[in-house]
Ligand binder design. Structure first.
Ligand SMILES: Nc1nc2c(c(=O)[nH]1)N[C@H]1C(S)=C(S)[C@@H](COP(=O)(O)O)O[C@H]1N2
Ligand SMILES: [Mo]
Length: 244
């Protein structure tokens, strides 16, 4: 009898010690994580996980994976709009797209010039990280057609593309494989009509392999870099790549 009591007591003590050890290590792990430096708003170890996810995603893109498309008839006529950062000031009536080929070498391109390039339409399920999605219809020039037309092959060998609104208040960074994805558009039409102002008139990005946060509205400047460009939502802790 006594032996059994001793046995139960010892078991309880061991269970209690293991429980205590578990709690203590959880607290230490939490403290350790919060003592780590932040990279783009996320603690370094968590950022590492996001980057691992991204390397898997990049492989998918380079294998030529296409986002699912829909017939035009499936597109919603009442398109939701979301996000007005960088759209607050009135648009300069003399707006031109600025493409920085190199430091001190910027080209200025009008909307009419962009409209002369081959046009591509896409109907796809536009997804916002906030949890909604909508099948919508967009038209514009494929990023790859645009880059070829303007002789930007050398720039396309760099690792990153950056885009800003004219007032620089909203900005995105894109990995080159996603920028060169065949479904990525410099877009000037929605439902076959010029973009509404709150939807990014005169020119916005449509990059179906990524969440809405990357689809910059009202593009002012495009530049190329081997360093990762600043990114509005990544700075607030969202995944830099925001791939689907
Ligand atoms: N300039 C600018 N572009 C932006 C945003 C913004 O706030 N400012 N919001 C983004 C987000 S979070 C989403 S979901 C999409 C929404 O595009 P829509 O308004 O055409 O639906 O735009 C993206 N592009
Ligand atoms: Mo979004």
């Amino acid at each position: 009898m006594n032996n059994i009591n001793t046995y139960i007591r010892n078991k309880s003590i061991i269970a209690f010690l293991i429980f205590g050890l578990g709690i203590t290590s959880a607290i230490f792990a939490w403290k350790w994580l919060h003592s780590q430096p932040k990279i783009d708003g996320a603690y370094a170890p968590l950022r590492k996980t996001l980057e691992l996810n991204e390397s898997i995603f990049k492989r998918l893109v380079s294998q030529g994976h296409l986002v699912k498309t829909y017939p035009v008839s499936a597109a919603d006529k009442k398109v939701r709009y979301n996000g007005a950062d960088g759209l607050q000031s009135p648009l300069d009536p003399n707006w031109k797209l600025q493409v920085v080929k190199a430091v001190g070498d910027t080209i200025f391109i009008t909307l009419d010039d962009i409209k002369k390039l081959p046009k591509t339409d896409i109907v796809f399920d536009f997804k916002c990280v906030e949890g909604w999605s909508q099948v919508t219809h967009w038209g514009g020039v494929k990023m790859t057609d645009f880059l070829k037309h303007y002789g930007l092959e050398e720039q396309s060998k760099m690792s990153w593309v950056g885009m800003n609104t004219p007032d620089k208040k909203y900005y995105v960074g894109l990995d080159m494989p996603s920028a060169l994805h065949p479904q990525t558009l410099l877009c000037y039409e929605m439902n076959g009509l010029p973009l509404p102002v709150n939807q990014g008139y005169p020119l916005r990005l449509i990059i179906p392999v990524k969440y809405g946060i990357k689809h910059l509205k009202r593009i002012g400047t495009i530049f190329f870099s081997n360093q990762r460009p600043p990114d509005f939502w990544a700075e607030k802790g969202y995944d830099y790549f925001a791939g689907l």
